[in-house]
Design a protein around this ligand. Structure first.
Ligand code: S3P
Length: 432
């Protein structure tokens, strides 16, 4: 992300074609980490091609985990598990732009017999980490930070199980604590304020751990050993969101997406898009290592509005930028509430969305914890900023498809954080 390369997006007439996406980012991080602490070898096929998941692999290598990328089809990694003990790093763990890497891996390094420093780029260095620091300290880790922000200096200790009510709904935090709980003495019980994505639980089970769930509480017993797995990682639903929203912009769209993640804790987007008028059918549904995977057939239709609030906001947290970016083209507009977490993502996403929509000529009401974007508006192509935030760069390239004139997005190369192939795949799918 050093050189700022802009992308120019021209208006389109429709979206048509078939696509299969690189592996889900949330699952890729978790599989890589668990493969690193499992006994034996894991083979991870269709691993995310994003820089964030490469950061996780980089940190694991610094912690002594051996892995290699296989040549041939797909993005395949073989990871040789170290068992639960990793090696003391000789340099800081570089988490890059990745909140998932620093938060989830902190749960593992907190239980090791050595000290590590975890750091990242400028954006990561602004993101809140008390949400993992407080509970990990309660389990026995020693952690210092820059006022609750990275870099984190973590001195590992033998941890004890924890009974914890999470103040923030965050799957990264839940996963961090389940990982720490796996390596701790005794039981760890984590209560979430609302159900967040469950890939941490599903992945732990796939690698052989036992967990129990009662309502919003999930528990894990420490001291369990994991075994390596062979997995085909389903396509990333949050990346698919951009193409689904692009299809929603044109009534004549026809799109098919194969091998797509359909996990119910992630698939709220599909319900919302169906309510908004997109026609979606799912075929070839199957379960792989506890994750639902299917093929989507999508046809454009009307584009009605939506209100996203409460648990829906948490369930759609990564998809809100693109839903908001297409909101002006909907009939009734989109209102987003209860979304103050968006202010502490890779950028302040509420501000980034409002600035870019206004620059394109839209009316937007920006609120502390959300946005109200009226429908029935037309946008014009202008020069926009990505705010070095991958989801903002991709979201506004979708808004650009129905704008009047060309849209230039500065710093669009940051899309590679989650989806390096995004712009070339988009060009293949749009019709002009
Ligand atoms: C993620 C959880 C979400 C999401 C992030 C990935 C995960 O973050 O925004 O992109 O893989 O657990 P929070 O845990 O901060 O809600």
């Amino acid at each position: 992300m050093k050189n700022e390369s802009p992308v120019v997006v021209r208006p389109a007439r429709g979206v048509r074609g078939s696509v299969s996406l690189p592996g889900d980012k949330s699952i890729s991080h978790r599989y890589a980490i668990l493969a690193g602490i499992a006994d034996g070898r894991s083979r991870l096929e269709n691993y995310s091609t994003g820089a964030d998941c490469a950061s996780t692999l980089g940190c694991l290598r610094t912690l002594g985990v051996k892995w290699e990328r296989k040549s041939g089809v797909g993005n395949v990694f073989e990871v040789q598990g170290n068992g639960t003990s990793l090696s003391a790093p000789s340099e800081p763990l570089d988490c890059g732009n990745s909140g998932s890497t620093i938060r989830m891996l902190s749960g593992i390094v907190a239980a090791q017999k050595f000290a590590s420093e975890m750091a990242g780029d400028e954006s990561l260095s602004r993101r809140p980490m008390e949400r993992v620091i407080t509970p990990l300290k309660a389990m026995g880790a020693e952690i210092t930070s820059e006022n609750g922000r990275p870099p984190l200096r973590i001195t590992g200790h033998s941890l004890k199980g924890l009974d914890y009510e999470m103040p923030v709904a965050s799957a990264q935090v839940k996963t961090c604590l389940l990982f720490a709980g796996l390596l701790a003495d005794g039981e760890t019980h984590i209560q979430e304020p609302l159900r967040t994505r469950d890939h941490g639980e599903v992945a732990l089970r796939a690698f052989g751990a036992k967990l129990t769930r009662k309502g919003n509480e999930v528990s894990i017993h420490g001291g369990q050993r994991l075994h390596g797995i062979e997995a085909l990682i389903p396509g990333d639903l949050s990346s698919a969101a951009f193409f689904l929203c692009a299809a929603a912009l044109f009534p004549n769209s026809q799109l098919s997406i194969t091998n797509l993640l359909m996990n119910p804790t992630r698939a709220r987007l599909l319900d919302i898009l169906i309510q908004m008028g997109l026609r979606i059918s799912v075929t070839q549904l199957e379960e792989i290592h506890g994750e639902l995977v299917g093929t989507l057939q999508v046809e454009g239709g009307k584009l009605k509005g939506a209100t996203i609030a409460g648990p829906d906001t948490a369930a759609l947290i990564d998809e809100i930028p693109v839903l908001a970016a297409i909101a002006p083209y909907t009939e009734q507009g989109i209102e987003v509430r209860d979304a103050k977490e968006l202010r502490v993502k890779e950028s302040d996403r509420i501000a980034s969305i409002a600035i870019n929509l206004r620059a394109m000529g839209a009316q937007v009401e920006e609120r502390e914890d959300g946005l109200k974007i009226p429908g029935g508006q037309s946008l014009r192509g202008v020069e926009l900023d990505s705010f070095r935030d991958h989801r903002i760069a991709m979201a506004f390239s979708i808004a650009a498809l129905r704008a009047e004139g060309e849209t230039l997005i500065r710093g669009s190369e940051c899309a590679s954080i989650s989806y390096p192939e995004f712009f070339s795949t988009l060009e293949e799918l749009v019709q002009r």
